[in-house]
Design a protein around this ligand. Structure first.
Ligand code: NAD
Ligand code: LMR
Length: 340
């Protein structure tokens, strides 16, 4: 399976020990929402990672069964299950990486922001536990609306006095995965060769694929740019509609989240060549959070790649998204800082 970050490098190629090199699987990873539509396949993919020694699955339902099932796979990671708020502290204690797919998904006709009222409180309570019991963990937020849930997580961590912007990530890898797939299909390229950076946020027009930065270099007509950009921006809705009320993307998301988690772990492990797009605190624009390409290292974000040399179309789309993204960021921060 190719779940890894850099083009042409599979998980097996990058994470398995080389001959003569005994590579220990050392990282503790917690999945919060592990019994859900994303949580289950994500946990399976993480169970296959040679970098993970301790895989903790937490949910408010069904998690013991998922744990028993997964624990029978003969891969090195030890799997343990934690149920409900009572066992949350143990689920995250001293974790190196906490992945958060907990939260309700969309139904047809809903926007991601329509999930705010339910999911904001879920992210707040889960990140509070991470702040108390795993203050050094990298946090991968999958729960929607990502444009607001990441600022929520940041404010919670600030309140607990443990906020390190380099360790907090909104997972936007699915936008990159989709862009790579759709561009490869449209241009007849080998999937493994294609890499499209996606910047901005993770909702509608805030998802901005930088087609002008596609590798390998490809020319697009104006119509292709318009239709590919729209399809990438609406790809989540495409899945929500196809699932007709039973949820949103789970399998492709699990794949994308496993790739991003593996990249975070490779960075922690000292790999010096790990780049991913992610929604992080940064100064590539005047907004406090923006998805852009980042270099991952031993402490999380090691460097932020500036957004330069983009096309006029992309520049216009980047400016146009800012009011929506700004409002989503402010809404998230206000949720945590509201008067009691
Ligand atoms: P799901 O309903 O299938 O699973 C969610 C799981 O979270 C359930 O098992 C539920 O019991 C659990 N949960 C709820 N509250 C919890 C809490 N307080 N503590 C622990 N677990 C809790 O939903 P899903 O399809 O897995 O989607 C999960 C979230 O991921 C949604 O918000 C969805 O919009 C989002 N999502 C994000 C992306 C992205 O690209 N970032 C992609 C797809 C889905
Ligand atoms: C996606 O992009 O698939 C997710 O954000 C889920 C959704 O609601 O579209």
């Amino acid at each position: 399976a190719q779940i890894n970050s850099r083009r042409c490098r599979s998980a097996a190629a990058t994470a398995l020990p080389r001959p003569g090199e005994a590579r220990a699987s050392t990282y503790k990873v917690s999945v919060l929402g592990a019994a859900g539509g994303i949580g289950q396949p994500l946990s399976l993919l993480l169970k296959m990672s040679p970098l993970i020694s301790d895989l903790r699955l937490h949910d408010i339902a069904n998690v013991k069964g998922v744990t028993a099932d997964l624990s029978h796979c003969n891969t090195p990671a030890q799997v343990s299950g934690f149920m409900g708020p009572e066992e949350l502290a143990e689920a995250v204690r001293d974790a190196d990486l906490v992945v958060i797919p907990a939260g309700v998904p969309r139904k047809p006709g809903m926007t991601r922001d329509d999930l705010f009222n339910v999911n904001a409180g879920i992210v707040q309570s889960l990140v509070e536990a991470v702040a108390k019991h795993a203050p050094k963990a990298l946090i991968n937020v999958i729960c929607n609306p990502v444009n607001s849930t990441v600022p929520i997580a940041a404010e919670v961590l600030k309140k607990q006095g443990v906020y390190d912007p380099a360790r907090l990530f909104g997972v936007t890898t699915l936008d990159v995965v989709r862009s790579n797939t759709f561009v490869a299909e449209a241009k007849g390229l080998r999937l493994i060769d294609v890499d499209v950076p996606v910047v901005g946020g993770h909702a509608g027009g805030t998802i901005l694929p930088l087609l002008s930065k596609t590798k390998p270099r490809v020319e697009f007509t104006a119509e292709e740019i318009e239709s590919l950009t729209k399809r990438i921006q609406e790809a989540g809705t495409e899945v929500v509609q196809a699932k007709a009320g039973t949820g949103s993307a789970t399998l492709s998301m699990a794949y994308a989240a496993a790739r991003f988690a593996e990249s975070c772990l490779r960075g922690l492990d000292g790999d010096t060549d790990v780049y991913e797009c992610s929604y992080v605190q940064c100064d590539v624009t005047e907004l406090p959070f923006f998805a852009t390409r980042v270099k991952l290292g031993r402490k999380g974000v090691e460097a932020v790649v500036p957004i330069e040399g983009i096309s006029e179309y992309e520049q216009r789309a980047l400016e146009a998204m800012k009011p929506e993204l700004k409002a989503s960021i402010e809404k998230g921060a206000a949720f945590v800082n509201k008067e009691p």
